[in-house]
Design a protein around this ligand. Sequence first.
Ligand code: GRF
Length: 204
Amino acid sequence: MARLAVFASGTGSNFAAIADYLMQMAGAQKHTVVCLVTDKPNAPVVSKARGRGIPVIAVHYTSRSAAEHHIHEELEPYQPDLLALAGYMRLLSASFVDRYPSRIINIHPSLLPRHAGLNAIQQSYAEGDPELGITIHYVDHGLDTGPVILQRSFQRRPDDTEADIEERIHTLEHEHYPQVVHKLLNDIDARRNGIGAEQDHREV
Ligand code: GRF
């Protein structure tokens, strides 16, 4: 079993998709969402965590270094193997990222490197991109710049509204982010148990 911490600030649809996917997996591949980290204690994602019995670490950002120190201390007892950002609206410092080498991932609603940063869906739509999609990537010191794990895309239809595009992107996110998280947790678990990760490799 491997342990996941999810960081989120908003609606939490990806949080819910990941938590439900991991909960429904049976047997030896059962991994746990050990906690939610949020900077928004009133965000809908918090009730999604509480409703699933998942502990919530709420962080008050007076300064980023104080907040990250608090997160690190609060995370310690949960011993997470992987940190998945899912709409976490704070940029993590380089020193925080370095504490969890290759163990922090993020989902972004565009085909990076296009439209890094905020409002990626709106920008993809407004700029008329014929191909739109999602990127799941490792977090490095930059803004949405880390190594890509997976991208999935679709072609814009002539009559797509921005709301249609948003829905299609969220559908892709909810399908693929849980699968990628699950695969990475499997790999972590396999390494810990001394099984070559390649033996446990499966397409996501
Ligand atoms: C998603 O579109 C994700 O790609 C972006 O933030 C959004 C979070 O949505 N990083 P939700 O809170 O999971 O519904």
